[in-house]
Design a protein around this ligand. Structure first.
Ligand SMILES: [Zn+2]
Length: 408
């Protein structure tokens, strides 16, 4: 068991305060800090703090796969850690994106290899062969757009904007208010010629301004998001596409699970994420990065999805609040130690054997494993190899600890 130092990723949409404050570094940070990766992704592995100095988690797994990953995980996923934990801080919206299914990732990776596109090229879509289901749990209020809203409700939103240029699209959705209708409308917008977008997007923005100044409230959150995206990306088809997605606000500890093909963008907030160990992203707009609309259209799932369907069931089991997802690569639980748990050791065995990544997000606690003990405070993470578990915990102050394991 060792302290695990996350690999810091700086992107323009990150925050100069959230991650720095979380990990106890000076604020504001020199660069916008977007993600802290805790995992063994070859692109940016995390670091074990050992008595001999820092060792990459990737190296540690290569040196001792049986001890670190255990037989069960190795039998299913080989000598790699199948999940990746991230702390994510967004001050600005991310790109409009979706992730491929396992079959799509395999096929896409092979295709781009055949085409000879270098794996680190900015125009590469498939950087590995894995799907990338992702679970996001808010650490502070978090805002996102995710999943195609029921078409009838989207029709109401488009009507409320009172923009005559939208009439043909309202008719389209009225005539076909199912996944095929949403596919037709999204495809029309995302592939529209730029001169058409340069008329339609400003008209919709005008409608949004009128809507807000009228004092209407029904779609206030959706329309404010539209204005914000329009200001940042004028003329971008992604601004229109955003009108089709559920506008979601998560309170701390609330979560969304995004399966393959789910169109989404994170707007702002601070969260912990766990995902399959993959970097496969297909973007459709709202970004200066590589956008590949035809490939995005191939992987998207247009089935209308209510916000409630994206929120995983949270199951209680002893100290654990388990976020239920159907993913083999990972499972995530939040362990809450309150005042009743102070000063004595409690059993924190998981129903999953194999490796664990622990992330303390509140308070202070000590983790006890076979090889020794480690104290974690807010912002600190630990790696518990398979041969070090099961663990016990003792809290010095009421504490919250996220635990990522391999899925069932
Ligand atoms: Zn994503």
């Amino acid at each position: 068991m060792e302290l695990l130092r996350g690999a810091l990723r700086t992107y323009a949409w990150g925050s100069r305060t959230a991650i720095a404050e979380f990990t106890g570094r000076p604020v504001p940070a020199a660069h916008p800090e977007a993600e802290l990766w805790f995992g063994a992704h070859p692109g940016d592995p995390a670091w074990l703090e050992t008595p001999e100095g820092e060792v990459s988690l990737l190296t540690a797994l290569t040196d001792d796969p049986e001890g670190q990953l255990g037989p069960a995980s190795r039998a299913r996923f080989g000598n790699t850690l199948p999940f990746l934990v991230k702390v994510l801080a967004a001050d600005e919206p991310l790109s409009l994106q979706a992730h491929p299914s396992a079959a799509q990732a395999l096929e896409g990776f092979a295709r781009e290899e055949r085409l000879g596109i270098p794996v680190n090229s900015p125009v590469r879509n498939y950087r590995d062969t894995s799907h990338k289901p992702e679970l996001l749990v808010a650490l502070a209020p978090f805002e996102a757009l995710a999943g195609f809203r029921q078409a009838s409700r989207t029709t109401e939103l488009l009507r409320a904007l009172n923009v005559s240029d939208l009439d043909p699209f309202i008719d389209l959705l009225n005539d076909q208010s199912d996944a095929d209708g949403l596919r037709a409308l999204f495809t029309t917008w995302i592939t529209a010629p730029q001169p058409d977008l340069d008329v339609l997007v400003p008209a919709v923005i005008d409608g949004a301004i009128q809507y807000i100044s009228s004092g209407a409230t029904e779609f206030a959150a959706e329309v404010k998001t539209l204005l914000e995206l329009g200001e940042r990306y004028p003329g971008d088809a992604g601004v229109l596409a955003a009108l089709l997605l559920n506008r979601i606000t998560l309170a701390p500890c609330e979560a969304i699970f995004l399966p393959a093909g789910n169109l989404h963008t994170y707007l702002r907030g601070f969260a912990v994420e766990v995902m399959a160990n993959s970097d496969n992203v297909l973007r459709g707009g709202l970004t200066p990065k590589h956008v590949d609309v035809p490939e995005l259209l191939r992987v998207l799932d247009f089935t209308p999805t209510a916000e409630a369907q994206l929120r995983p069931l949270i199951r209680r089991d002893g100290l654990e609040r388990i976020y239920d997802t159907p993913t083999a690569e990972f499972a995530l639980a939040l362990l809450v130690l309150d005042t009743d748990h102070l000063g004595h050791e409690v059993d924190a065995a998981s129903s999953h054997d194999g490796p664990q990544i622990l992330l303390c997000t509140e308070g202070a606690l000590t983790v006890h494993g076979k090889s020794g003990s480690l104290t974690l405070e807010r912002g600190a993470a630990a790696w518990v190899g398979a041969d070090d578990g099961p663990i016990r915990l003792s809290a010095q102050r009421p504490a919250k600890l996220f635990r990522a394991t391999v899925g069932l």
